[in-house]
Every structure is written in C-alpha cells, then in structure tokens.
Design a protein around this ligand. Structure first.
Ligand code: SF4
Ligand code: SF4
Length: 349
C-alpha cells in the first residue's frame, strides 16, 4: 500500500487530467421540501459540479454497472437469414470520482455473484473492468449503519482513496494507474504530522456514527425466528412496491423477457432489474406463486441479505447504507426489522 498527500487546490488538476474519460461524480440535485440537499451520481462536465461534501445519494453506482434495463441481444432477419447482435455497452473508461466506502464495498459484493462465479456476466463484468474509482471518506448520516456491517472502511476495489485533512488530501493508492496519474500533480510522502491528522480525522468520523444494528449471531437468530410473528407484522406494513430493491446498491435480481417486432423481422432479449418484494416475483409457469403474501416476500429479502449470502460468502449482502429505509414509503428500515426479530426495542431513529 502506498500513501501520498497533496494540497487541496491540486484536486481540480487531477479532475482535468482524468476528464479525457467519462467522469461520474456526486453532484447536487437541489433541495428537498424539508431543506435537505439532494445528491446524485451523474456525468460531470465541469469540476465545479463535483460535490465531494455530499451526504448520500438516492442511488448508488449500481445503475452504471447494472442498469435498470439493458438489451442483452437483438436479432434481425434480412434476405431470409437472421443476424444476432450483442452490445456489451462498454465504451470509454469511466472515472468514478468520489465514492463512499459503503458503495465500493457494495460493488465488491456484486462482483462475488456477477463476476467471480463459473459463468461471469459479461455485461456487468465488462463495465466493472472499465472503472477507475476514487473513493472518499463520508460523513455518517443518522440512518447509516455501515459500521455495524463492517463496510465503513474498504480494503480493495478502488484505485485511490481520499481522506480530507482540511487543507490537503491523504491518498491511499491501490493501483499502478492511480500511481501514474498522481505523478502528474505535486504530491508528497506523508510525514508524522500527516499521520497524526489522518488518525485524528478517522477517529472524529468514527464518533459521528449514531445508528447501529446488532449483527452478533444474526444468522442463527434468523434461523430460530423463521416462523416469528414479526414477519407478519412487517408484511402488513409493506406496500410491495419494490423501491427498497431499486435503491439498494446490492440487490441484483432481474428478469429476462423476449420481444418480437410486429413485422416479425426483428426481436430483442431484454433484462430488467426486479425486486423480490413484487407480487409476482416467485410466480412460476402455470400461475402458482410460492410467495403470494407480502410478509413472505419481505422475509425472503431479509434472509437473502443476512442469512443466505452470509452462508455462501461469509459476509452479509447489506452494506448498511440505509437507502432502503429512507426510500420506503411505509417507513420500514433494516435497523428496526432486525431489532424486532431479535426481540429488542427499536433503538434507532
Ligand atoms: S419494504 Fe418498503 S420499499 Fe420495500 S417493498 Fe415494502 S414498502 Fe416498498
Ligand atoms: S438492504 Fe438497505 S441498508 Fe442494506 S445495502 Fe440495501 S439499501 Fe443499503
């Protein structure tokens, strides 16, 4: 691991060097009704639009690697023979400038399913390999519980990672290309004072975390509480809208459908992200629905995140970003659901 520091005014130069690629970063989307500023990851064309002081974005980077809808293949018939066309939709290198640890961890978790299995998904994997990621420390929000999920820091999956020391950035370098790029701006070896300020900054941030989830023995507790009445209670509140999966950085379930042109001269195969909370998620041919009620679907989502993925990969599929709870119209949050399953009072706001 290599570390450097550079003064803040060099950030714009770094941005301009990288701007020969597509640059995606956190940017303001205006104010919500209650005076809260909204942020989104979007393509940037001006350094001034980059907002590294962002709180959290409604969506993570997932739409850039796993779009809501993607054409997997298309077919056309010409002169009596057909042609297949596959576009992996991978073009210029994408630079993601300013990504919090939880969202980098979310991509690392998606990799385990979509890139690191016997049959990698070429659409996802191609986009993933085309990413240059600059991470940055967050300011914990009252609804984030990433610390409980062990995702408040990140060990890999980025090129460089910035920590704001006030007048300078402390940079952790993880790739040769990040090292090469940093040769183009003035940087220095961190000295004792930088080390001290780095530790102080990290400790100050750690004190900001307020929301927690007790994950101790959670897989066993979920096994024991599979028939618990709390699932019925949460199911009654759930609107089965699927918004939680839509905003979740690690939900990857999808459906594939085939569409034939009216003139029968073309067709396409389309993938659309789906949610296990939607009413027909577990419906099979013939009309039988294995999870016809909202409580069994909501329960399934929690068991996949905190039980099944844990068994398969020895880690949870939840990074504790809190987005699902913020977006849920029924006010269902992970900390509240897990606390109720454990028989605890709901402690977090
Ligand atoms: S938990 Fe909330 S966001 Fe998710 S499906 Fe139910 S109502 Fe919608
Ligand atoms: S389940 Fe909720 S808190 Fe966990 S990663 Fe998904 S959106 Fe974030």
């Amino acid at each position: 691991m290599l570390f450097r520091v550079f003064v803040k005014k060099e950030l714009e130069t770094l941005y301009e060097i990288l701007a020969v690629n597509h640059v995606v970063g956190p940017t303001s989307r205006g104010m919500a009704k209650r005076g809260k500023e909204l942020f989104a990851f979007d393509y940037l064309y001006d350094f001034q639009d980059l907002r590294l002081d962002f709180t959290t974005t409604t969506h993570s980077l997932k739409p850039f690697v796993l779009p809501f809808q993607e054409t997997l293949s298309s077919f056309i018939i010409e002169d009596g023979s057909w042609e297949k066309h596959v576009d992996l939709n991978i073009y210029k290198q994408h630079v993601f400038f300013g990504v919090h640890a939880c969202d980098i961890n979310a991509l690392n978790k998606l990799d385990k399913v979509l890139s690191e299995q016997a049959y990698p998904d070429p659409f996802y994997t191609g986009k993933r390999r085309n990413m240059f990621i600059i991470g940055i420390d967050c300011h914990p929000q009252p609804f984030c519980f990433c610390r409980s999920m062990g995702t408040d820091t990140v060990l890999h999956g980025f090129d460089m990672y910035l920590t704001d020391l006030g007048d300078s950035y402390f940079v952790e370098i993880q790739s040769a290309r990040a090292w090469d790029i940093l040769q183009q701006i003035p940087t220095a070896e961190p000295d004792e004072e930088d080390h001290r300020r780095f530790v102080e900054t990290v400790e100050a941030r750690n004190r900001e975390f307020s929301c927690q989830v007790d994950t101790s023995d959670l897989t066993k507790i979920l096994d024991l509480e599979f028939q618990s009445p709390v699932w019925e209670e949460w199911g009654k509140q759930c609107l089965s809208c699927g918004t939680c999966a839509n905003v979740c950085p690690t939900c990857y379930c999808y459906g594939v459908s085939e569409h034939v042109d009216l003139d029968l001269q073309g067709a396409s195969k389309i993938r659309q992200l789906y949610s296990c909370n939607l009413i027909d998620f577990a419906e099979v041919a013939g009309g039988h629905n294995f999870r016809p009620d909202s409580s069994s679907r909501l329960k399934y989502r929690y068991y996949h995140k905190h039980r099944g993925f844990q068994e398969a990969f020895e880690e949870s599929l939840c990074v504790g970003c809190g987005r699902c709870g913020q977006a849920c119209l029924a006010g269902i949050t992970v900390p509240d659901v897990i606390a109720s399953v454990r028989g605890q009072e709901e402690e977090n706001e």
